[in-house]
Write a protein that binds this ligand. Structure first.
Ligand SMILES: *[C@@H]1O[C@H](CO)[C@@H](O)[C@H](O)[C@H]1NC(C)=O
Ligand SMILES: *[C@@H]1O[C@H](CO)[C@@H](O)[C@H](O)[C@H]1NC(C)=O
Ligand SMILES: *[C@@H]1O[C@H](CO)[C@@H](O)[C@H](O)[C@H]1NC(C)=O
Ligand SMILES: *[C@@H]1O[C@H](CO)[C@@H](O)[C@H](O)[C@H]1NC(C)=O
Ligand SMILES: *[C@@H]1O[C@H](CO)[C@@H](O)[C@H](O)[C@H]1NC(C)=O
Ligand SMILES: *[C@@H]1O[C@H](CO)[C@@H](O)[C@H](O)[C@H]1NC(C)=O
Ligand SMILES: [Zn+2]
Length: 660
């Protein structure tokens, strides 16, 4: 009984690592590791790999057994109320070969400074492509070193097999928090005596919830494993996606979990796509079908999304029906594409229509699969594409190997609407799944460029507005679950107004800070007040003045040393660029006339970092009511899977379990 209820049932006889900022292996505080670890949840019938590791630290505080790992470890699984079976018997699979390796890790900063990593020898086995079909509580047990035991309690959730939504559109405002949404509303929408005259589209959503974003082994997440949690129902480690991070050297052999895309293709043969204003191989879009411990395996992740995994194989996304974004360097042949190959040619051979600019995007038909790669790296942000357009010619980001600027760029809205048309056509009755990411909310928050971040947030809202109108037009609104959420936050907020004229002209950091008006002196938003002779032509729901004298005074809880003037940065901001002896110093050309803000981060950090906050989930459409309340990021996967009827409790062919 205890096995199914206790949170940490593993034997505590061996020395425990303190499991703090430096960990031997996240999710594995003892010397016996089970991946997926304790507390993992599963969708009935979802494929996964199962790895066991036995660690023998050679030295350091945990040194054990002269560094010789137990190769005779045994493993079993028990369904609550049922009998205990070996893994091979339960899943009807063969015993895999034993693997052995070693790795090193630092126990704390003193060890880093002294350059004395601890060395660990490992014995391991991995079982590939398992599935548990019958919902219930399971305990997986690893017996090692004679009397030691690690138990992982798993839950296979009882979820629906019947489909309630035909389509899902998941918008991700990367790094977007409620504070940013509030600030964007202030910039884009006019209020009179405290009452808004128009609102964000997000403000009209009928249901809102909050998700907790923590990684599996750290409370601050990055975009790879948080995206992976949303897409797979399994939390992971910073920089990992679609896998549980193991300790082996290869970033590709880690135990995988099946994602919502792979399930949808396998079960319903639906169409799927991704749109992003980042490189398409960036964490948030690539995690839809990516499996790697390192988000930096860009070329490999593009190759495997198109063709499935060639090693440790079983996952298959079928290739996206629509893939629109940046990151051309993974496509034209060169050092950043997989094995130097030409992925434009590979996609064309696989039957894709290819667009490399906005004009070609608009001209795409809806029948063929489509690849749209519009620039190198990430898109220039909405502000540079729509307001500070002269800046575009300064980029060397054409979607080929050249150094020309990409000038004919679509925005998130054009890409998303075209993606919907193609997916609607190709998915037909089988429906579709689209993820559309506003990537630079996050990227510009990292750079402390709040105007550029909020511009992209308003672009996201504009895209959501146009998407809902378009779904209505094509008769799919009632069939489509529309979600807008984020993957993590940044510690950003607005705390007043700033007189940028006084700030710039005053002398001395302390005098300049008088320009910040708090409470009553924060005043009213000047972003919605038209200025004689100034028109940005960006339409309603965006600021009519991006650079008012009285600007918002805003800031960040996680900043490197920088200079602040609260003014619109005429070019994309570089807060720090001077690197001396591994320390970053304030960039002399950052925020001219501003005052110096000493940072809160290590001086080796060049930009702001993510923060702890829960993030909002806006829901509209079939199953919307299930998205209210507070829950974990993995629950978004289970709620979507439930709405899409992806559980397969009976696929075990009579048995309670099995594998392929
Ligand atoms: C770690 O393993 C590698 C490859 O198996 C081996 O060559 C190396 O000697 C080992 N390192 C130590 C310090 O034991
Ligand atoms: C552990 O052993 C390795 C390999 O011999 C060595 O490099 C490392 O400094 C040792 N670490 C400690 C903490 O003694
Ligand atoms: C896949 O396996 C082949 C050999 O079958 C090997 O050469 C290659 O390095 C492996 N690739 C990865 C990404 O592990
Ligand atoms: C856009 O792409 C089309 C098709 O590849 C090409 O013919 C056209 O010259 C491109 N336009 C620009 C502005 O680069
Ligand atoms: C960016 O564009 C703005 C207005 O279009 C211009 O004032 C500014 O000088 C440009 N900056 C760069 C670096 O081109
Ligand atoms: C910032 O920190 C440096 C030391 O790193 C110090 O010399 C300087 O006075 C500080 N500036 C402010 C404005 O606090
Ligand atoms: Zn992110």
């Amino acid at each position: 009984m205890g096995r199914f209820t206790s949170i940490a049932a593993s034997a505590a006889l061996l020395a425990l690592a303190s499991a703090q900022t430096f960990q031997r292996l996240g999710t594995c505080p003892t010397l016996g590791c089970i991946l997926p670890p304790d507390q993992a949840d599963f969708l009935p019938g979802q494929y996964f790999d199962l790895r066991f590791e036995v660690h023998a630290p050679v030295n350091g505080s945990e040194a054990f057994n002269n560094g010789v790992p137990d190769e005779q470890f045994s493993v079993s699984i028990t369904k609550e109320g049922g009998e205990t079976k070996s893994i091979t018997e339960f899943f009807k699979v063969k015993e895999p070969a034993l693997e052995k390796w070693n790795f090193t890790w630092y126990e704390d900063l003193f060890a880093v400074d002294a350059k004395t990593p601890s060395l660990v020898n490992v014995a391991s086995k991995v079982f590939r492509q398992l599935a548990i079909y019958e919902p219930g509580n399971y305990a997986v047990t690893l017996n090692f070193y004679g009397s030691e035991q690690t138990v992982a309690n798993w839950v296979v959730r009882p979820l629906a097999t019947k489909r309630k939504a035909k389509n899902v559109i998941l918008f991700i405002g990367d790094g977007m928090t409620t504070n940013m949404i509030t600030a964007a509303r202030l910039l884009g929408h006019k209020s009179i005596n405290g009452k808004y005259q128009s609102l964000l589209k997000l403000d009209e959503f009928p249901v809102i919830g909050h998700q907790m974003t923590h990684s599996i082994d750290s409370f601050i997440t990055d975009s790879a494993n948080s995206a992976s949690a949303l897409y797979s129902g399994h939390k992971s480690t910073v920089n990992a996606m679609g896998v549980y991070a193991d300790s082996s050297k290869s970033t590709f052999d880690d135990p995988k979990v099946e994602t919502i895309i792979e399930l949808l293709v396998r079960i319903w043969d639906s169409a799927w796509g991704a749109v992003s204003t980042a490189a398409i191989a960036d964490a948030t879009p690539i995690a839809l079908a990516g499996h790697s411990r390192s988000r930096y395996d860009y070329g490999y992740l593009v190759e495997t999304t198109l063709n499935g995994l060639s090693n440790y194989t079983w996952t298959k996304s079928g290739g996206p029906d629509v893939w629109f974004g940046g990151g051309a360097e993974q496509f034209y042949p060169g050092k950043d594409s997989f094995n130097g190959q030409d992925y434009y040619a590979k996609f064309a051979e696989a039957g894709y229509a290819i667009a490399n600019n906005k004009t070609a995007l608009a001209a795409l038909g809806n029948d063929k699969r489509a690849l749209g790669i519009f620039c190198k790296s990430h898109f220039p942000v909405w502000l540079d594409r729509n307001v500070l357009k002269d800046n575009l010619s300064g980029f060397k980001n054409d979607p080929f190997a050249g150094k020309e600027p990409a000038l004919d760029l679509p925005g998130q809205k054009e890409m998303t609407l075209k993606a919907i048309d193609i997916l609607h056509k190709r998915g037909g009755d089988k429906g579709f799944f689209l993820m559309s990411e506003a990537a630079s909310i996050d990227k510009q928050m990292h750079a402390l460029d709040y105007d550029r971040a909020l511009g992209d947030l308003l672009e996201l809202d504009d895209t959501v507005r146009a998407t809902i109108a378009h779904l209505e037009e094509i008769g799919e609104l009632e069939n489509t679950l529309v979600l807008v959420t984020s993957d993590h936050g940044h510690g950003f907020d607005v705390f007043g107004g700033a007189d940028t004229k006084y700030l710039t002209e005053a002398t001395g950091d302390r005098q300049k800070r008088r320009a910040v008006g708090t409470y009553a002196e924060s005043g009213l938003s000047q972003y919605t007040v038209p200025v004689e002779g100034v028109s940005y032509g960006t339409g309603p729901n965006f600021p009519v003045n991006w650079d008012p004298r009285y600007a918002i005074a805003s800031g960040f809880s996680a900043n490197p040393d920088h200079r602040e003037n609260y003014k619109l940065n005429p070019k994309p901001r570089k807060v720090v660029e001077e690197l001396v002896d591994d320390d970053y110093y304030v960039n002399p050309s950052d925020a001219p006339g501003g005052f110096v803000v000493n940072g809160t981060l290590p001086v080796s950090e060049s930009s702001g970092v993510h923060s702890l906050t829960d993030v909002a989930v806006f829901a509209m459409g079939p199953c919307q009511e299930t998205f209210g309340g507070v829950y974990g990021n993995i629950d978004i996967f289970y709620k979507m899977a439930n709405c899409l009827g992806l559980a397969r409790p009976d696929a075990g062919k009579g048995g309670s379990c099995g594998s392929h």
